[in-house]
Design a protein around this ligand. Structure first.
Ligand SMILES: [Ca+2]
Length: 159
C-alpha cells in the first residue's frame, strides 16, 4: 500500500535530477568578471582569467571532462584536475577540496583553488590560456565596467 507513493517520489526525484543535469549553466562574461573581482583578482589580470575560463570550459559551470592522465577528471569553469588539486567524493588535494564542488553554480570556491594553482604554476598551467590567450588579444571586459558604472550613477541620482 505504501509502495506506490514512494515509487512516485523516487521517479519525481529522478526527473528533477536529470533536468538539472541537462540544464548546463553558462556563466555570462560580466558575471564571471564580477565573481573574479569579488574573489580578489586584481583588475590587471581579470581579462586573462576570463580568457582562460572561456577557452578551458566555455564558462560552463558544470563541465566535467575526462578521464585524463592517471584516470583524472577536470571540473568546472577552471577545469580543476583531480590528479593534484582536489579529490573526488571527499575533501583533499592541494586545495583541500571535493572536486564535485567545482562543478556547481557557485564559483567562489573554484576561484580560491584557481588562485592557488596560479600561485604555484602560473597561467601557463592552463593549456587553454597557453594556446588562446598568451600574447593574444584578450576579451574586452570594458562593457562590464561601463554597465556597472551606469547603474552606480543611476543609484546616486535616485538617492
Ligand atoms: Ca563551486
Amino acid at each position: 500500500m505504501h509502495a506506490a507513493p514512494l515509487t512516485i517520489c523516487i521517479i519525481a526525484i529522478g526527473i528533477i535530477l536529470s533536468v538539472t543535469e541537462i540544464n548546463a549553466k553558462v556563466l555570462p562574461m560580466c558575471t564571471a568578471v564580477q565573481e573574479l573581482k569579488r574573489g580578489g583578482i586584481s583588475n590587471t589580470y581579470i581579462s586573462n582569467w576570463v580568457c582562460l575560463m572561456k577557452h578551458e570550459s566555455g564558462l560552463e559551470t558544470s563541465l566535467v571532462t575526462g578521464p585524463g592522465t592517471a584516470s583524472s577528471y577536470s571540473y568546472g569553469v577552471f577545469q580543476i584536475n583531480s590528479n593534484k588539486w582536489c579529490v573526488r567524493g571527499r575533501k583533499g588535494g592541494v586545495c583541500n577540496a571535493k572536486c564535485e564542488d567545482f562543478s556547481n553554480d557557485d564559483i567562489s570556491d573554484d576561484i580560491v583553488c584557481a588562485k592557488k594553482i596560479h600561485e604555484m604554476e602560473g597561467f601557463k598551467y592552463w593549456k587553454g590560456w597557453m594556446n588562446k590567450c598568451k600574447n593574444k588579444p584578450l576579451p574586452d571586459i570594458s562593457s562590464c565596467k561601463r554597465r556597472r558604472r551606469a547603474i552606480d550613477d543611476l543609484l546616486f541620482e535616485v538617492m
